[in-house]
Design a protein around this ligand. Sequence first.
Ligand code: 6PG
Length: 257
Amino acid sequence: MPPPNLYTFPTPSSLATSLRAYILSAQNASIERHAIFRVAVSGGSLPSTLADALLAPPAEGNPHDRVSFEKWEIFYADERAVPLDHEDSNHRLVKENLLDKIPAEMGAPKVFPIDVSLLDDLEELADAYEKTLVASFAARDSVRIPIFDLILLGCGPDGHTCSLFPGSPLLRESEAWVLPISDSPKPPPRRITLSLPVVTHGLKIGFVATGAGKKNALHRIFDEEDAGLPAALVNRLAQERVTWFTDEAAVEEVVAT
Ligand code: 6PG
């Protein structure tokens, strides 16, 4: 299997610059293709990195460096089953780090948070979010599976991504688009997550993983593919559609580069 694209940066700001170029290249191609840019984002440290990348001033004289938020639809790759203003909410993170800081002239994205009236019933919460995806994707594409223009993910120290954890039976799901999880090893335990087939059908899938806390996970993801860690499964199934943005500390133990 060819290794996925793995880029390593010495500083967070050089990572953010390159992540911006990657996102805007996906954005521009999507808008040209279907006049919309549908993105799924995870929580954790990603929203703050995303804000660094997207809120930076555009390069002067380069029309391709404009963030066209008015064409963006933002969905959550995973979300915790908590109110939207709760400290554990991924939507709150994205809102506070990015959405609330977008200047009016950059346009406003359409954002699709979970339906918090359904927090007590995880199955219903996941089904409702799947219907949200159907409403956006079925209008334009095949409904068998939603094909995001871009999926931006983090990766945990155990190799999880979205809320797909190592050894979870959810990794075997082949039909559902959105899954409930009640026993996430990373708190809080109650969440919903995109299924592995939805993640791996993304046109582009970008991982951001930085810091020494990720070095063992990245070593296992890249060098021990047979261990079947969720992030390694994304690499295996989506191959060259996957790009990794890392820093030097995170890849210190990776051999296969
Ligand atoms: C979540 C996530 C999760 C996260 C990783 C990495 O909501 O918990 O979406 O998959 O992206 O755990 O988190 P960090 O970037 O904070 O290490």
